[in-house]
Ligand binder design. Sequence first.
Ligand code: BGC
Length: 422
Amino acid sequence: MILSTRTMAFSAMLCLLPGLSQAGSVEVLHYWTSGGEARSVQVLQQAMQEDGHTWDDFVVQGGGGGNAMATLQDRVLRGNPPTAAQIKGLDIQRWARLGFLSNINGLADEQQWDERLPPVVAAAMQYNGDYVAVPVNVHRTNWLWANKRILDSVGVAVPTTWAEFDQAADLIAAAGYRVIAQGHQDWQHATLFEAVALSVGGPEFYQAALVEHDFRAMRSDTMDAVFDRYYRLLEHMPLSDDLGEWNQATSLVINGEAAFQFMGDWAKGEFSAEGKVANTDYVCAPVPGTQNQFLFNIDSFAIFDLRGASQADQTAQNDLVRNIMDDSFQRTFNQNKGSIPPRTDMSMSAFDDCARVSMSEFIAAAANDSLLPSIAHGMATTGTVQGYFYEKIGELTVNPISPSESSRELAKAIRYGQYVIK
Ligand code: BGC
């Protein structure tokens, strides 16, 4: 664009006016497109606009973020990174190791992150001890969502064991409802599978098999039992039911067509967006057998190195980070998103029952070192191993084989993913 002398003089004058001088723009990559997700990201957009900055929405469709990561890679490799991108877990380390992220220790000191974030969250935001990303929330992936009216009408409580689940499922099916609404995408199958692994095998098994990838755990009778239970659940969610996106499945539970969905608490954002109330219209409960256990999934924005960008855009980037860690943003964003704040110094009085339970279990698990990272959501492993895990679980969901052959196939796939990284 060619600017006239008058325009340039006007811009120079604006730069001298307090408050307007640092108005820059931020381009933020994310994949939050469902009703609850869109409401959440708007909170950040609004905070930035109130600071006078321009929000350039870099949104990539696709739950779980697979498409977004491919798009990001392409942009960064062409030398045009966004201001910040929704990148999680071990992938933050990978981008930092390649030299693309910015050191934001100064902002972390200013807002006392070390005092406000539990060590597991702080560590996930750092590379070699330096902060390079900012956390927006903590999701728990081992949740079961239930339509209360359906449960009441068939006279069952939310199941806490698989035996109770099977009994409830028979009654629900006999009453003509769909038992489980679950979208048929690899990442959603993987989300259910990891919760079943925790439930059937327990935390030590989960850690050994899905975090450390210990071969004996991956090939154990316990893993066979995990597959056995997983395949039994598939009977209630046939591929022919034609469900795709996760929020399409959530809608069926909201509308009273299906009784259950196994999904992380971003599903709660959909209930809230529809004005539904926890424990009145719907019930949140841990996946049977995972009471007091917490599979975590932290959403965060990795902050790209904007060397060479205008001072105004660098200021806008700093304001983005400041806004994300601010109390009021954290409260409203997480109420809309279904998650809890990663800051454990915040009051939970304005949150619903599900979030309060989640926070107290998160704090308890963090204190006794029993928080477990979600493999389906990039917390336990890199995107590469996660990709092989997704693919294999997806394949076995479509073409189930015997549980012990399944364990062998999964172990091989994970091993292969590890080999590819090296
Ligand atoms: C993200 C959530 C998101 C969900 C569905 C998860 O991996 O952490 O923020 O709502 O995927 O897209």
